[in-house]
Design a protein around this ligand. Structure first.
Ligand code: NDP
Length: 242
């Protein structure tokens, strides 16, 4: 029986590519999203992957949503915590709401979601938790104290879970994408992209969502069991961690 993968924010951008790549690799996939029904419906029609709407920042909603996925698709073997948002502002202008929205969606979500599937993974002696962090959680970024804090927090979560799950066949890893051509990055003014961001990327271009998705498929595999607590930087050489 094919393994089941659940991708949060799985209907657009990087998540769209991850859901599709996992399906093409033979997984039974469920894709979560927050509120863009039109994009989710189009995704479902295009890919045949069922979509499930809930807010990953809401614990009770995650509990109900994951129960629905387990019932309709099957118990989750591979969880990809991909949903994320930005609410950029310099700290001296950042509102409490901007801080809380990002911490809730980008970091609380990792607990809210993983907590729902960890018991089943432990009981079945297999699990893959793949957290989509960011280059800006590795190096920091002007105007992103909220986002950089949330994304750096994902790394700590991943490493702690990597210890806890190992004996039960569960691995936890993060992927830290650089700048990828999705709507999130298209929100950055073109002039900033052309003059400030792309010149810092040695390969000279934005990344493609599919370039992240192939790493997720790699980490999700049964044969990836010795990769645990790692962080894959996929950024065209933009930031090379020691
Ligand atoms: P997009 O904005 O293109 O897509 C975001 C997806 O997440 C959508 O499916 C959206 O649902 C969903 N989502 C947002 N908030 C919630 C929520 N509260 N509950 C459930 N689903 C939610 O983002 P990207 O594809 O660009 O980014 C995906 C991940 O990659 C994020 O975690 C981001 O931080 C990270 N990343 C992206 C980079 C980039 O360059 N694009 C670089 C580094 C990291 P809906 O369609 O309903 O809005």
């Amino acid at each position: 029986m094919a393994r089941v993968a659940l991708v949060t924010g799985g209907t657009r951008g990087i998540g769209h590519a991850i859901s599709t790549a996992l399906k093409n690799a033979g997984y039974r996939v469920a894709a979560n999203y927050a509120g863009n029904d039109a994009a989710a419906q189009q995704f479902q029609v295009e890919t045949g992957i069922p979509v499930f709407k809930w807010n990953v920042g809401d614990y009770a909603a995650c509990e109900a949503g994951c129960a629905q996925v387990a019932k309709e698709v099957g118990p989750v073997d591979v969880l990809v915590n991909n949903a994320g948002i930005t609410r950029d502002a310099m700290l001296h202008r950042m509102t409490l709401e901007q801080w809380k929205e990002v911490i809730s969606t980008d970091l609380d979500s990792v607990f809210n979601m993983t907590r729902q599937v960890i018991d089943g993974m432990r009981a079945r002696n297999f699990g893959r938790v793949i957290n989509v962090s960011s280059i800006n959680g590795r190096k920091g970024q002007m105007g992103q104290t909220n986002y950089s804090a949330a994304k750096a927090g994902m790394h700590g979560f991943t490493k702690a879970l990597a210890f806890e799950g190992a004996a039960k066949g569960i691995t936890a890893n993060t992927i830290a994408p650089g700048y990828i051509a999705t709507e999130m990055v298209r929100a950055v003014p073109k002039e900033v992209l052309d003059t400030k961001i792309i010149p810092q990327i040695p390969v000279g271009r934005l990344g493609e969502s599919e370039e992240i998705a192939r790493a997720v498929v790699f980490l999700a595999a049964d044969s990836a069991g010795f990769i645990n607590g790692a962080c894959f930087d996929i950024n065209g050489g933009h930031y090379m961690a020691t």
